[in-house]
Ligand binder design. Structure first.
Ligand SMILES: Cc1cc2nc3c(=O)[nH]c(=O)nc-3n(C[C@H](O)[C@H](O)[C@H](O)COP(=O)(O)O)c2cc1C
Length: 226
């Protein structure tokens, strides 16, 4: 049994990508707003799409400065995230008001926010209007992660070092654990039973070698864009 939902609600089914705090700076002023409409769009060059409604102060800041930074908050900034999305930088200086500690970015003037697990600095590569939002396509100029949070992917072993995901309304979530999928090689017997017997017979060195090979394979697949 299934239930229909409105087309305008469909976006919520895709909720769960990390929420970002977009920081911007222009002529000595800076601003911050949360955004959930953010996605990678190209592997090489690395490009990231960020959809911003033209009524946002952030929209003008990006248009003028042609750059922005994405700060990926940890749960420490949960309530800040909601608040920063409820007021506009046109009326209040949100960074001054919240006293959020910041530090200098490497390539852009926008400040970076403490209390985040990842940072991506972008220069505007393209901008196009999509329905009622403008999709800014940012070229990645620099990226940083908090120590211990990331190892090829998010590690997800420390709740304070996980990104936050926006579900919609005033609900957020954190991912649970990192699950590793194993795809059998063509010559391998795909049955799980055979696999577990084989793994039991493995020495520690063989196990490490197999894990290393799997990491290489995943890296290669990542490079080919999968
Ligand atoms: C969690 C969350 C995610 C949001 N995602 C977006 C988004 O992707 N794009 C957008 O234009 N506005 C988004 N908003 C709304 C803006 O953050 C909000 O209008 C904000 O007050 C704009 O600030 P500004 O005018 O200072 O730029 C989001 C709000 C919240 C709370």
């Amino acid at each position: 049994m299934r239930q229909s939902i409105a087309g305008t609600e469909a976006r919520r089914l895709l909720g769960g990508g990390p929420v970002v705090l977009v920081t911007t700076a222009w002529r000595g002023n800076s601003n911050v707003m949360p955004a959930a409409y953010v996605t990678p769009v190209s592997f090489e060059p690395p490009l990231i799409g960020l959809a911003v409604h033209p009524t946002r102060h952030t929209y003008d800041m990006i248009r003028h400065s042609e750059e922005f930074a994405l700060n990926l908050p940890s749960r420490e900034l949960l309530h800040h995230c909601q608040y920063l999305g409820s007021v506009t930088g046109r009326e209040v200086d949100k960074l001054d008001l919240t006293k959020l500690p910041t530090f200098r970015a490497r390539h852009v003037d926008a400040p970076l926010l403490e209390g985040c697990v990842g940072y991506i600095e972008c220069g505007v590569h393209d901008a196009m209007t999509m329905g009622d939002h403008t999709l800014f396509v940012g070229k990645v100029l620099a990226a940083q992660v908090e120590q211990g949070a990331f190892e090829g992917t998010w590690r997800l072993d420390d709740p304070d070092l996980k990104p936050l995901h926006y579900l919609g309304l005033n609900y957020y979530a954190q991912f649970g654990e990192r699950l590793e999928a194993r795809v059998p090689k063509p010559e391998e017997d795909a049955s799980e039973e055979a696999g577990s017997e084989r793994r039991e017979a493995e020495t520690e060195a063989e196990r490490r070698e197999r894990e290393e090979e799997e990491r290489d394979r995943r890296r290669r697949e990542g490079e080919s864009g999968t």
